[in-house]
Design a protein around this ligand. Structure first.
Ligand code: TYM
Length: 332
């Protein structure tokens, strides 16, 4: 039998998981779970590039794991682990920093955004972050890295670093492809449709654990357009707010934009916005309920992340040993 291809991705537990994380990443992971050998992790080491409250970080890391499972990632079919439990990430991260260029790191959009936002704390980790992300990926020799649009640049840098390393030492790393969904790759803020949905704009952000009434309130207040057309039509340049709501609805229901236009023909935004809210509420309801149930079972969560770290370490170690040997480090 052919070996399964490998899929890998991670999310930082720096904030509560939101609809952008779900539609841009997790939903796509779940959809392909049987086809691939899968590795999904909580990228806790990445979060400390920005100051975190330790108790919140711990809570969110476990909540994220519960949500991964509640979204449909069966721990029997997916290796689910916490990044800091697999020390090979930090080790390969250091090696790859030595193969990532200052100019490359300076061009990263996430670095530019975060250093503008946290002027008092532009630390070395924030700058070198993409080398650690390259290590996260390359340790597992994945074929695909399913992410939202905003992580494409980091995935491309990962490919460049892997190719640079391979050109010196031979075929050490598989060159992975980013895997970006058609609908939901860039979910925008509900009240600022020119910014991506993120925890830093909470009023425009739908959190996966949020109460249905709060979700509905945010959708009812979502910015549509200043035009007087009041018509559900897909035109991202002229109607970015409506286009965003349509892409959310499309990602959840599977309807095309033409089908959505037909469904809401003559209805106006007053009917469309709560309908999108309802679709999101119904999609998230079972996820929230299941996550709440799983979170109460700390022993189960511990058994999942321990088994995950064990399997991940085994695979990561094979790659790291190979890298160390190529570099000329004396074997232990
Ligand atoms: P992070 O934690 O910011 O986001 C996690 C995933 O969610 C996607 N995403 C979105 N997709 C659509 N619309 C949005 N508004 C939106 N916001 C976030 C992101 O594209 C991502 O897929 N550096 C990574 C975490 C990471 C990682 C990795 C990912 C660390 N190591 C290795 C893949 C492989 C990050 O900060 O994503």
């Amino acid at each position: 039998m052919d070996e399964k291809k490998v899929m890998l991705s991670g999310i930082q537990p720096s904030g509560d998981l939101h609809l952008g994380n779900y539609l841009g990443a997790i939903k796509n992971w779940v959809a392909r779970t049987d086809e691939f050998d899968n590795y999904y992790f909580m990228a806790d080491m990445h979060t400390i590039t920005v100051r975190q409250n330790p108790a919140d970080l711990r809570r969110r890391t476990l909540e994220q794991l519960a949500l991964y499972i509640a979204c449909g990632l069966d721990p029997e079919k997916n290796t689910l682990f916490i990044q800091s439990h697999v020390h090979q990430h930090a080790e390969l991260g250091w090696v790859l920093q030595c193969y990532t260029m200052f100019g490359e790191l300076s061009r990263m959009t996430q670095f530019k955004d975060k250093s503008a936002k946290h002027k008092e704390n532009i630390n070395g980790g924030l700058f070198a972050y993409p080398s650690l992300m390259a290590a996260d990926i390359l340790l597992y020799q994945p074929d695909f890295v399913p992410v939202g649009e905003d992580q494409k640049q980091h995935c491309e840098l990962t490919r460049d670093v892997a190719q640079r390393f391979n050109s010196v030492y031979g075929d050490v790393f598989k060159i992975p492809e980013p895997y970006i969904p058609k609908a939901g790759a860039r979910v925008m803020s509900l009240n600022a449709p020119d910014s991506k949905m993120s925890k830093s704009l909470p009023e425009g952000c739908i959190f996966l654990m949020e109460k249905p009434e709060d979700i509905q309130r945010k959708f009812k207040r979502a910015i549509t357009d200043s035009d007087t057309e009041n018509c559900v039509r897909y035109d991202p340049a002229a109607k970015p707010g409506v286009a965003n709501l349509m892409s959310i609805y499309s990602a959840i229901t599977g309807s095309t934009y033409e089908q959505i236009e037909a469904e809401f023909a003559g209805c106006g935004y007053g009917k469309f916005k709560p309908a999108v809210g309802d679709a999101v509420v119904e999609c998230l309801r079972p996820i929230r309920e299941e996550a709440t149930r799983i979170l109460a079972d700390k022993a189960y969560l511990e058994s999942v992340y321990k088994a995950g770290a064990e399997k991940a370490s085994y695979v990561a170690n094979k790659t790291l040993r190979k890298v160390y040997k190529k570099l000329g480090f004396v074997a232990r």
